[in-house]
Design a protein around this ligand. Structure first.
Ligand code: HEM
Length: 387
């Protein structure tokens, strides 16, 4: 006779713990969540070198953000009169509130970072080649959404840092010819960052952007499977290089174990940051007292630095050109060689150009972060101005 507990467990998991090859195949095919994966995967695609787990970490960070964000919503009021008080309550009154806010804040920064690293990985392995062109385009849109999510969240604490970072970033829109000013007004709900902007950013941040991001991630991951798995496991690649290596392993347990390991690593990383560093909270937003300098969030600092040199080129032409180039990249780079291979010698030109753009953007961001002082004048991080 089965105990009621065993009966309950059996009713939830009728297949039980899979013990043999057939049951393991069945376990993946018969599970709503797992059947996004094929029952078997190519051994090559499980090697850490294949993806470095970057897309997966980005996905986990998104899930952590949704979970922690939902809890934060229970304390936060999107009002200029109450938002800052709620943030203070989180830090000093709500039990575990400070940690919760830290988890949300650091996961947001990490998601932007890992999304960029994932893009770099996909580029360096040429994994946007046929048939994955459109998945690359979805990826570029996902990067835009990730930046949008982080950017809209930045305003919500309503302190000096958030208020002026958003004001500076929104001002960059003014350099877009014709559409810039109306776009800025649409985003802010007026000329200045105020109650209307806070409410718009809140709705975008907690509902509109996460919903679209969730749907696009689902399409993105589904396409990975429909496009034949990861580029490094393309049959042609194996046939060309080493036909012996075309081997498969079962998703249960081999892929699942790796998914769990990467989840653990992601959680450890987020908790590490959240325990060691508190998310910043300066004084309450004061529209009359801009800090000098006012800096955009780190991922827009390269843009801010370019704007400081030329408003039109830095604020409009170069970012637009880069975004368009990124979107159409798989359709212009028709070199059929090197897909699925890290730093393929057949792609020296594309890799060189990409490295140059990335390096320039990194340098501009570092300058904006540490080398700019009052009035955006040059300042050494250890003190002293550059004249
Ligand atoms: C929210 C952001 C994103 C999430 C959650 C995400 C998630 C994933 C996951 C889980 C994979 C499977 C393998 C892996 O871990 O690398 C993948 C593959 C892929 N991603 Fe993303 N991704 C995102 C953004 C991007 C971006 C910004 C790009 C490029 C512009 C991109 C392009 C691709 C491509 C082309 C593949 C197939 C790679 C291959 O076959 O080797 N993704 N993505």
């Amino acid at each position: 006779m089965r105990s009621p507990l065993k009966k309950l467990i059996h009713s939830i998991f009728p297949l039980g713990w899979p013990r043999n090859h057939r049951e393991r195949l069945q376990a993946v095919r018969g599970n709503l969540w797992l059947h996004v994966f094929p029952a078997r995967v190519r051994t090559e695609s499980l090697h850490p070198k294949a993806t470095l787990g970057l897309g997966l970490i980005t996905f986990y960070l998104f899930v952590i953000l949704c979970g922690s964000g939902l809890l934060l919503m229970m304390v936060y009021t999107p009002s200029t009169a109450l938002a800052y008080r709620d943030m203070n309550d989180l830090a000093h009154v709500v039990s575990g509130g400070r940690f919760l806010r830290n988890v949300h804040r650091w996961s947001a920064h990490l998601m932007v970072l890992f999304c960029i690293l994932h893009l770099v990985r996909v580029f360096c392995t040429g994994a946007y080649r046929k048939p994955r062109e459109f998945n690359w385009v979805i990826g570029v849109i996902l990067l835009g959404l990730t930046l949008g999510l982080s950017f809209t969240g930045y305003l919500l604490p309503w302190d000096q840092l958030s208020f002026w970072a958003i004001t500076v970033s929104a001002n960059i829109l003014d350099y877009v010819p014709l559409l810039g000013a109306p776009l800025r007004r649409l985003l802010l709900g007026g000329e200045e960052v105020g109650q209307a902007a806070l409410l718009r950013f809140y709705v975008l941040h907690v509902f509109a952007l996460p919903t679209v991001t969730f749907l696009l991630i689902a399409v993105h991951v589904w396409r990975v499977r429909k496009d034949g798995g990861l580029a490094c496991s393309d049959p042609e690649l194996h046939r060309e290089n080493n036909p012996e290596t075309v081997s498969h392993v079962l998703t249960w347990p081999h892929l699942l174990l790796r998914l769990i390991l990467v989840l653990q690593a992601t959680l450890i990383m987020v908790f590490f940051f959240s325990i060691l560093w508190d998310a910043p909270l300066l004084e309450i937003a004061n529209p009359a007292h801009p800090p000098n300098p006012s800096k955009a969030p780190w991922y827009f600092l390269g843009l801010q630095e370019m704007v400081a040199h030329s408003a039109f080129w830095g604020g409009f032409m170069i970012p637009t050109l880069l975004a368009v180039l990124l979107l159409i990249l798989p359709y212009v780079d028709r070199n059929p060689k090197g897909a699925g291979i890290w730093f393929s010698r057949d792609r020296r030109f594309a890799l060189g150009l990409f490295a140059f753009c990335l390096f320039t953007l990194a340098i501009l961001t570092v300058i904006g972060l540490w080398f700019r002082g009052p009035n955006w004048a040059w300042q050494w991080p250890w003190g002293g101005s550059g004249g």
